[in-house]
Design a protein around this ligand. Sequence first.
Ligand code: ATP
Ligand code: MG
Ligand code: MG
Ligand code: MG
Length: 434
Amino acid sequence: MNTNWVYIKDLKNHVDELVEFRGWVWNKRSSGKIAFLQLRDGTGFIQGVAEKKDFDDETFEKIRKIKMETSVILRGIVKKDERSPFDVELSIKYIEIVHEPEEDYPISKKEHGIDFLMENRHLWIRSRRQFHILKIRNEVIKAIRDFFNENDFVLIDTPIFTGSIGESAGNTFQLDYFDYGKVYLAQTGQLYLEAAAMAFGKVFNLGPTFRAEKSKTRRHLIEFWMNEAEVAFYRHEDNIKLQESLVNFIVNRVLANCEEDLIEIGRDVDKLQKVSLPFDRITYREAVTFLNKKGFDIKFGDDFGADEETVIASQFEKPVFVEKYPRKIKAFYMQPSDEDPEVVMCDDLLAPEGYGEIIGGSERIWDEKLLIERLKECNLPVEEYKWYIDLRKYGSVPHSGFGLGVERTIAWICGLEHIREAIPFARTLYRVYP
Ligand code: ATP
Ligand code: MG
Ligand code: MG
Ligand code: MG
């Protein structure tokens, strides 16, 4: 049993040593005397070099003709190589083929259409660009957990099957649940987090949510990951501070730990470096006036779409909060403003460079009567919210929270054209395969 198996990320610590490599050949090129194998092992990419003189003729021919995505175990000497992002290359002395494909690998160097790539997503994730994006996703999720752990929040996992609609009736997935009848897939875990905040004070979750989004946009998935937080006794201003601290923390973590990945995918890192505290702020009313000046035919009470959000956010270099939207276009649970009862104490955080909303947050209604009134106004079945109303019966307190779209945040940080690349296996309007 060989014991000197080393991953690519650690090879730089083994210069001039004989090591074992286990992984895949993702590309190759060769001349008569020398073969260059592009290798990957899940921690990075390096070049392996095999020289004819080190092998018998038959083996060298095999290496020269090796098919893309052949899995191999190699032994070789680690050589310093400044041109490689990992500072090294591997001078191959021994090769064992674990599995060589019979057919040519379907994803080649040439340009493929997006449908073809999505149909082959199970293979596409092996490519360099997807590798770097999904590594950044991993870092974003680690950063979220660390942020909340470092700030003494308690993780509360909220359920996927729910008896009541969390956001809006329009885009729920309904299914039959034994004798209970109709239930929904969670559009949010917020209502449950509110219950948890009354038990633990500061709580967060991180998990998948489901929305039957019927329109095709570049920023809506059917199944997406949301990170929500809820804090007892927090008001609007506290909520804003928490959100900007979280987003600032995530961006700084990615810059610190994944700068190479960002550069590899062509992200303009300078733009991310402009993110700093505090973020900019604008009220919904100010935004309407601004949009009118820009020629948008929009009035108080209209919701903003992608175009409006892009124009607002393009005024700023870092994320911007749009605050205090009209009550009528926001969810039933949002606390109306004392000074301006037509608006609620909410915020949408818009990412710059055209990415738009990445967070929606608000103060929650904590008065029982007002909550029931709002449920009725929104035509929601009050009896299904009995437990939620209960929270307002026993030691109710003002509280606030928000939901951050994990893939939206990744799409912005990575500078992606479409959100589908921000998740390993995207579920979109027309795709649940693979
Ligand atoms: P939008 O206005 O873009 O449809 P929303 O206001 O419906 O978003 P919220 O209910 O506020 O979304 O959800 C919180 C966050 O979850 C959003 O700010 C966004 O980042 C993310 N999000 C919402 N819907 C989707 C989706 N279909 N796919 C991916 N992320 C989403
Ligand atoms: Mg929506
Ligand atoms: Mg919205
Ligand atoms: Mg929202």
